[in-house]
Write a protein of this length. Sequence first.
Length: 399
Amino acid sequence: MTDAHGYLRELLGNLRTIRERSNLSEAELEERLILGPGWIRCFEQGETIPSIDMLLAILHLTGSTLDNLLEGLPRHPDASEVERQIFAETREKDLIIHFRYANYDASYLLRNATASQFENVIKTLRDGLAMLSNIDKAASEAIKTDAIARCFLMAVRTWPHANPSDLWWFIVYRAYSDPYNHPARFARLDFTQSWKRTGGWALEEILVRHYNAFLESQGVRLFIADSATKKRIVDNLAVRARLEADKIDVVLTGKHDGKERFFGVVHVKASFAERRTDDVPMSAALVKAGFTSPLWTMDCKSMPGETPVNHGELGDPSGGQRSAKRKDIEDEGYFTGCFSYNRNTIQTTRRRPPERRIYVCDFRDPDDTFSRFILQRWQEMLSATGDQPPRVERLPIVH
């Protein structure tokens, strides 16, 4: 349910006039339509938007017509007032992004943004998903993954000052959940369920597209492996633990003496929801065997409300309020460092070793804390095995 606004709210307000002309009370009309108490009042006040067939049923039971419903309204309504699951409203130099969040009509303030920028970002997603109209089912996941990745990367380029995690959680996810951004033949699908799988794959693509070109220039490759390659990696590792190939997200390799060598896995997660069962066992085994195994996350977490805040799950480390998830990384050493793209995440102090820190990054430049950390780990691995580390343009130093 969501509030109507503008022209639509005025139209629904005419329902009360129609009902009163027919001498029906709210309760009587609800009785005839087999509706629970309160629905007619919500329709008439624009608190809930009825379906077309519900509107037609009300008109029929009240002996009214569509002309009666349109009495007193402008002949040509403003097309910009069409309500979507996500839409933007200009406020001076900022945008108010409106979207549905559980039972709330929520809003998010995006500073220094324009309506045309917002439309271009949403159209990037819509145009990518439009390709599904002429694609067979086997290729559909790749199309959706690509559309989400391109939409997000355009968003962070358009609004580099914004919190990347907010753009992912409040804009890209909500836009993907809007059925009108998909071809009409998918109208009956629950896109929130589709997002859980496809959004995860898109994040892996985003990681690779943002960083791989820079890392490759420094002798390290970051890539998404197919099932056969993942299986070969697991089979060739001298690790005394049961590793499941399908739990590998993004692979790290480095070049030395003309050969490509595996040296780690990046665990990619939008949030921490399935981290313990899916990633920790593999990460622990890789770290014990001397490989690199960082966690790369948007750290998305907010409570439903009218103005939700994407505070994340890593907790405030001040005053002894560290979350269990934060302790897993800083105290227990799960993963080889954690890289959050939520600016509300609080970084770990330098007192802890680099591999037990939580870092905060963004998408302004691929030559950043994450890439330097990876390059440093590659050089450390070569040194540990007695190989001469390759010379790089800039020695990566992680603080």
